[in-house]
Ligand binder design. Structure first.
Ligand code: B12
Ligand code: SF4
Length: 494
């Protein structure tokens, strides 16, 4: 069976798992990508995106491949993009299309209504996709495949969710080749991404786990970890194959299990030895865990702070972590001279200028290497989105748009309720990690940020910030953009 997956411009860990499962059973799989030039997270220029639109080329590539089944992995930001592509495919090819990923998982009842969507995968996709391909190959669709919603005789068949994959080591190792073959930007500067776990212990209100945990209730252990050996095997093989320089672990909370981390530290240092970065939850940072990370060669830790207001954190964000603990965690990371990056969310319900300024003071004292400042994004079916609707923080129209992925403002720069003040705060936070402490304190105390010019939109600020910064993250981001644009602009004009 010939299967085609259509991808947006981001590397998707889920796809890297689905592809080898299908290939192991003899299916032929090919990944197709839309580079989304001038229509990505930061750069969105309508007329240029039309000039460099790749979709027609993509459809031509698909026609040449002649797939028997097409899958599209969909995040809410790119749901409308996925709909456009699927509509175009249906005009040219008579092939069944299945949508999977977090957006269809969050609102399957809406996604399945589209006439260009034949099936929707809810939740983990490896075995549902395999069973679907096997059944199509036999010439008879099995309409009872768990996790998949089908259409039959004008009715929607909503199959139940199967148990979660308990043993992640039982899966084939993730396939990076599929991505590296189609665009040089995935290899940017020797970056390699992977993940050692699935799920999360927590359920913060703005995060997908606040919803996924509900649909997976009674379906097995939610938070699962690969064995150290399995992760190290993947990295040994990949290190031989690619010119890897830096690894990023994109687990929701890397190293939450201290025994695992201890073993990982030893094995990674001896067998891999490359610099790496990871995402950590403040509650998992102890002198032991930071020590193991440091001795493994950890270069950067990205930590979610979100808000320094305990009340907002606990009541709005459902993050039950104390401010003292967060401060200690940040200090521990800095003490080990690990590159500290923090994530904060603004434009939160109930957030006042006072809260934001108290965050600014905290960051001025802690001075992380980079402070990432995001505006709150409401994603379908997360706890905060449901609450926002109930409490009328969102209008009915805006809520509807959110569920349909319409008028999505860029992740890095936009969000609901962005105004001139929030842009000024954004500039302030970007300055804190650049300026000396004394100057930041002065700007905050004298409220000079209130006079920051807002002549530049937030997109320009983010672009400038990333152009001027020299930390590894900014360099990787620049390399990724450079390779994606230069490679595909050349292809477009050929
Ligand atoms: C790692 C990660 C990234 C990485 C890698 C991207 C990726 N999708 O793998 C990077 C840094 C690139 C990234 C970027 C972004 N991310 Co991100 N990311 C994550 C994170 C933390 C883990 C994803 C992961 O690896 N999961 C493990 C794999 C195995 O699960 P999975 O991806 O869900 O895939 C399984 C199923 O969904 C299904 N499936 C997936 N696709 C398909 C397709 C078909 C056809 C089928 C049948 C099944 C299927 O099968 C897969 C295997 O079981 C999630 C949170 C989370 N835990 O899910 C956020 C998350 C996916 N990201 C999010 C966001 C907002 C983004 C960005 C828009 C942010 C930005 N602009 O920078 C971009 C979008 C990029 C993109 N197009 O995916 C949101 C999406 C919310 C939403 N409703 O859309 C999430 C859910 C976090 C959150 N806020 O809750 N992200
Ligand atoms: S700790 Fe991180 S991954 Fe886990 S629920 Fe909260 S935001 Fe999501």
């Amino acid at each position: 069976m010939k299967i085609a997956f259509i991808n947006d411009s981001a590397q998707q860990i889920g796809m890297q798992y689905i592809i080898p499962v299908l290939e192991a059973e003899g299916h032929q799989v090919k990944l197709f990508m839309d580079p989304q030039l001038f229509a990505d997270d930061i750069i969105s220029v309508k007329w240029l995106s039309r000039v460099f639109d790749y979709k027609k080329k993509l459809i031509a590539e698909l026609k040449a491949y002649q797939p028997d089944l097409i899958g599209i992995s969909v995040v809410t930001d790119f749901y409308q993009w996925a709909c456009t592509i699927a509509r175009m495919v249906k005009e040219e090819l008579d092939v069944p299309i299945i949508f999977g990923g977090i957006h269809p998982t969050s609102v399957p009842e809406r996604v399945i209504k589209n006439d260009f969507v034949d099936m929707v995968c809810v939740g983990e996709g490896e075995y549902p996709m395999l069973e679907l391909a096997n059944s199509l190959q036999k010439g008879q669709i099995d309409y009872s495949i768990k996790n998949i919603w089908f259409k039959k005789d004008g009715q929607v068949i909503q199959n139940e969710i199967r148990p979660l994959i308990e043993d992640l080591d039982s899966l084939p190792l993730p396939d990076t080749d599929a991505y590296y073959k189609i665009s040089p930007h995935f290899k940017r500067g020797g970056l390699y991404i992977t993940s050692a776990s699935r799920g999360c212990q927590y359920a913060c209100s703005y995060c997908c786990h606040s919803y996924l945990k509900d649909i997976y209730k009674g379906k097995g252990k939610y938070l699962r970890q690969r064995s150290v050996q399995n992760v190290i095997n993947e990295l040994i093989i990949s290190k031989k194959k690619y010119k890897m320089k830096f690894i990023v672990f994109l687990d929701n909370c890397f190293g939450y299990n201290i025994d695992w981390l201890k073993e990982f530290s030893h094995e990674y240092r001896n067998k891999i030895g490359l610099r790496f970065g990871c995402v950590m939850y403040p509650g998992h940072i102890t002198s032991d865990s930071v020590g193991y990370l440091k001795s493994a060669g950890c270069y950067a830790i990205d930590m979610g702070i979100q808000s320094w207001s305990e009340e907002i954190r606990k009541k709005i964000l459902d993050r039950n972590v104390d401010s003292d603990l967060m401060s200690k965690a940040l200090e521990l990371v800095k003490k080990e001279k690990i590159h500290l990056m923090t994530d904060s969310i603004f434009n939160l319900p109930g957030q006042t200028e006072e809260d934001i300024i108290s965050s600014a003071f905290q960051y001025t004292e802690i001075k992380p290497k980079r402070i990432y400042y995001y505006m709150l994004r409401y994603y379908p079916n997360t706890a905060i989105t449901r609450r926002a609707r109930q409490n009328h923080w969102l209008t009915a129209d805006r809520y509807e748009e959110i569920l349909e992925g319409i008028n999505v403002t860029s992740f890095a720069i936009g969000g609901d309720g962005v105004n001139r003040d929030s842009i000024r705060f954004q500039i302030l936070f970007y300055l804190i990690d650049l300026l000396p402490r004394g100057l930041s304190r002065y700007i905050i105390k004298k409220k000079i940020y209130r006079y920051f010019p807002v002549i530049f939109g937030p997109a320009i600020i983010v672009i400038l910030r990333n152009l001027l910064a020299f930390d590894l993250n900014a360099r990787l981001l620049r390399a990724g953009a450079f390779w994606r644009y230069s490679y595909f602009i050349k292809k477009a004009v050929q």
